[in-house]
Design a binder for this molecule. Structure first.
Ligand SMILES: NC(=O)c1ccc[n+]([C@@H]2O[C@H](COP(=O)([O-])OP(=O)(O)OC[C@H]3O[C@@H](n4cnc5c(N)ncnc54)[C@H](O)[C@@H]3O)[C@@H](O)[C@H]2O)c1
Length: 276
């Protein structure tokens, strides 16, 4: 099958890797020549890393024969069955990209990898029966979950097809109604915000809050370290969105705002709740 991935950043490169490893023909769309070659290098590096770790059955350079990187959607994608957009978290940009995909790929399912935006809002003006959220997790080739986000207008046939594709790629699927933050972001942010409030109130140290959840509740990593990995700015934006949609229980703590204002964004800047 032909799958199109729009946006070749962190998530798009991972999705392209996953689809190649699953035997898809992949068309990866990136804006501009420089970013297109960076996206190709990211997919190459991701496949090479998986091969080194024994997590890839095929040889990377064989898989890469099935990757086409383009700067615009064109005829190469007309026969696509699936489009996944992974451009930055901006409603207008995502709408624009999905609209172009709906025209260029008349038979394709149109999936958004948004981690927080309303799928109904993204589907406005599009053939809604073939639009849904297909939320992957970072790093895409490794993380087990795909969260399908279903707005009222999506067809049951499209949901069944996407579930089948995701399961064939080795993923476990959950289905969630199109509600703010879906299931994962909503719960993840709720715990993350509470952990930051506890730190603010001096209940325990960052290390001890995280150790509590790791060893007491079997979390692979504590909520503060996870916030550092995701990026404090990214988490702040999602919390603000959830507070606007769901009420003050998601209001971001002052400590989070202060750290973002100081440029302490987590692992990517070397400093967040921990020093990296
Ligand atoms: N990073 C994560 O952990 C994560 C997890 C789940 C979901 N998401 C979601 O995935 C999406 C992408 O996130 P990311 O972290 O990969 O972002 P990113 O910034 O790493 O990548 C986005 C890419 O899209 C490209 N792009 C921008 N406009 C484009 C256009 N018109 N056409 C083609 N490409 C274009 C950019 O050049 C960039 O390479 C967002 O909606 C985000 O919320 C991210």
């Amino acid at each position: 099958m032909i799958s199109v991935v729009i946006g070749g950043g962190t998530m798009g490169a991972g999705v392209a890797h996953l689809f190649l490893a699953g035997g898809h023909e992949v068309v990866l769309v990136e804006a501009g020549a420089e970013r297109a070659s960076a996206a190709r290098r990211a997919v190459e590096a991701s496949l090479a890393k998986a091969a080194d770790r024994g997590r890839l059955e095929a040889v990377p350079h064989e898989l890469l024969k099935h990757l086409t990187v383009v700067e615009r959607l064109d005829d190469v994608a007309a026969g696509a069955s699936l489009v996944v957009e992974a451009v930055p978290e901006d409603v207008e940009l995502k709408r624009q990209v999905l609209k172009a995909a709906a025209n260029a790929c008349p038979d394709a399912v149109l999936a958004s990898n948004t981690s927080s935006l309303s799928i109904s809002a993204l589907a406005e003006g599009l053939p809604g029966e073939r639009v849904l959220g297909m939320h992957f997790f970072n790093p895409v080739p490794v993380q087990q979950l795909v969260e399908l986000v279903l707005h009222d207008g999506v067809s049951a046939d499209v949901v069944a097809r996407v579930r089948g594709w995701a399961e064939a790629l080795g993923k476990t699927v959950i289905e969630v109604r199109d509600a703010p933050g879906f299931a994962t972001s909503r719960l993840g942010v709720a715990v993350g915000m509470e952990a930051i409030r506890m730190l603010e109130e001096g209940v325990a140290s960052a290390e001890d809050i995280d150790t509590g959840m790791r060893l007491g509740y079997g979390w692979p990593m504590g909520p503060l370290r996870l916030t550092d990995l995701v990026g404090l700015d990214v988490r702040l934006a999602i919390a603000e969105h959830l507070a606007a949609e769901l009420g003050p229980r998601f209001e971001p703590p002052a400590l989070l705002r202060d750290k973002v204002a100081a440029g302490h964004l987590g692992r990517k800047t070397g400093q967040g709740f921990f020093t990296w």
